[in-house]
Design a protein around this ligand. Sequence first.
Ligand code: HSE
Length: 310
Amino acid sequence: MITHKIRAFAPATVANVSCGFDVFGFALEQPGDEVELWINETGIVSIKEILGDHGLLPRQAHLNTCGVAVQHYLSSINSSYGAELVLHKKLPLGSGMGSSAASAVAALVAINHAHGNPLTRKELLPFAMEAERIACGSAHADNVAPSLMGGFVLIRDKEKLDIISIPVPDDLYAVVIHPQIEIKTRDARQALKKMLTLSDAVKQWGNTAALVAGLMKGDYELIGRSLEDVVAEPIRSIFIPGYNQVKQEALKAGALGCGISGSGPSLYAFCHGNEIALRVSNAMQQTFQSMKLDAESYRSKINLEGARML
Ligand code: HSE
């Protein structure tokens, strides 16, 4: 048992990846949240401090994703220990970049490390999913799984934890641009239609299958053609000012495809190579700027490692 301070990092993620609502996600190299953790013998999980959230996140452990994840972990392994946490919130809240997931994942990796890593990354998933349920009412895994495990993941069945890592081509870059507005995942989920037409369903599952094929074959054109979303984008894009213009500019600048990152408001674009990614990132940022909207941009390869100890 490690009793001195330990610190872990968990990366931001892009969930859905256009066609794969609730089933696709991948990890970025940066940014990410960090959690410091001290084990104690109180049997209680508490949050000592949260830095970087402007006082917006709940401080009670049972209401905060990092606290909930650690509580579930400790009770599942019948540990009599407690933990004190400090969360360094580096991801913007309500950004569509897997912010709540990253806090939970960093805390889980830290607490598991403190116990000598008795559980695998995959076995940590249910605790992170419970944390997502606290954050937005739904225990979806498409942010927590890639943040924990790294890479591009396919959630075939979240109840059975049938999670598949999909290989990605080496020169695939992601650009993520975050306009400074907040969208709550809970609201963005409620806005979606509950029924799909058969023709939309056929389009969507054609694209999800083709995206997997494109990634595995390293076929950048096929990856691009598959980044189409007839389920969430038509509704959610309405809540993102300038969405269509920013997407068009990304495609004009050479992006393979572009869509909403998670539940928004961030957009992501896939690009072949760093040079194109830089061009795309500039084009997207300038388009938001021309609308007087500040936007932060990130550019990264797919992070194959996922969360890590610091
Ligand atoms: N799949 C989830 C959604 C991701 O789109 O609601 C939320 O980040």
